[in-house]
Design a protein around this ligand. Structure first.
Ligand SMILES: Nc1ncnc2c1ncn2[C@@H]1O[C@H](COP(=O)(O)OP(=O)(O)O)[C@@H](O)[C@H]1O
Ligand SMILES: [Mg+2]
Length: 272
């Protein structure tokens, strides 16, 4: 039997919304994807290409259509609950409000994340141990959040809040980190800060990561592999070597060749 190195395997992943109605849409069309451990994949694609739906299937928000398979670290978790997926997958959303609870403190938010993500035996036993874990996770971000464990998350800036969301998504060291345009709602300076924090966490934890972005420049700058989606399919998949030295214009050309569509006609938001 061949040794399987892939951390995430997707097989025959399809998702059809509003099946059998006039609104029927094939959001994912027979996706096959192998993600290696420590891959950092950036995904770009126009609005409605299926990027969020793909992350939703990986995160267990809903199962793929029948026959599809989601395998993480060799475990077939297809159809498992979102709760169960959370032991394998951490996620940060575009909207900081989705990832964090405003009325709860930084510490309470992180405690929730630990409960969600970790098998019981591995959870820190005492409050003191827990606080130490939170401080050591927050300190490397250099935002002073380690001294604000009792602050309500709603009182933090959007950048700090997204930083807390990042720590929440990664504190249990899930096998896979999913970022869905997690800097799109931030002003450019804050977005850069959160991208830098992402880099710190991904590198430190050697996290296998999938980052969806609308921004081609970011897709080229971060990660080691670039995927373009179009109409529910992966149309371009470039490894580090293939991606090296590419410009935005090269990407546009690759997209046009693979999708058979003029970029300009695609109502695209791939640029900033
Ligand atoms: N919950 C849903 N119900 C119905 N249609 C949906 C739902 N989620 C996504 N879609 C549709 O599926 C397609 C892919 O959406 P999405 O994955 O959000 O795209 P992206 O994140 O690439 O912009 C779009 O046509 C969208 O309208
Ligand atoms: Mg989306």
């Amino acid at each position: 039997m061949s040794q399987n190195k892939s951390l995430l395997q997707l097989r025959g992943i399809a998702k059809i919304f509003s099946k059998g109605t006039i609104d029927e849409v094939t959001a994912l069309d027979n996706i096959k994807l192998d993600v290696n451990a420590e891959d950092y994949i950036t995904i770009i694609g126009s609005n409605g290409a299926g990027k969020t739906t793909l992350l939703n299937v990986i995160g267990g928000v809903f199962p793929p259509e029948r026959g599809g398979k989601v395998i993480i670290s060799g475990n077939d978790i297809t159809g498992f609950s979102e709760y169960k997926h959370a032991t394998y997958v951490g996620r940060v959303y575009q909207d900081p409000h989705i990832g964090t609870a405003a009325k709860m403190t930084v510490e309470e938010n992180l405690a929730m994340a630990v409960l969600r993500g970790q098998p019981r035996g591995l959870r820190p036993a005492t409050n003191k141990q827990r606080r130490e874990l939170f401080r050591s996770a927050l300190a490397p971000l250099s935002l002073g959040l380690e001294d604000r464990l009792n602050a309500q998350v709603g009182t933090l800036s959007s950048g700090q809040r997204q930083a807390v969301a990042l720590v929440m998504a990664t504190i249990s060291k899930p096998a896979l980190l999913l970022l869905d345009e997690h800097t799109a709602n931030l002003d450019p300076r804050t977005a850069q800060l959160v991208l830098d924090l992402t880099e710190v966490i991904v590198q430190r934890e050697k996290m296998t990561t999938i980052m969806v972005t609308h921004n081609m420049e970011l897709a080229l700058r971060y990660g080691n592999r670039l995927i373009m989606m179009h109409e529910g399919k992966i149309v371009v998949d470039l490894n580090q070597k293939q991606r090296a030295g590419l410009t935005i214009d090269d990407l546009i050309a690759a997209f046009e060749q693979a999708s058979g569509r003029r970029f300009i006609e695609d109502n695209i938001l791939l640029r900033r």
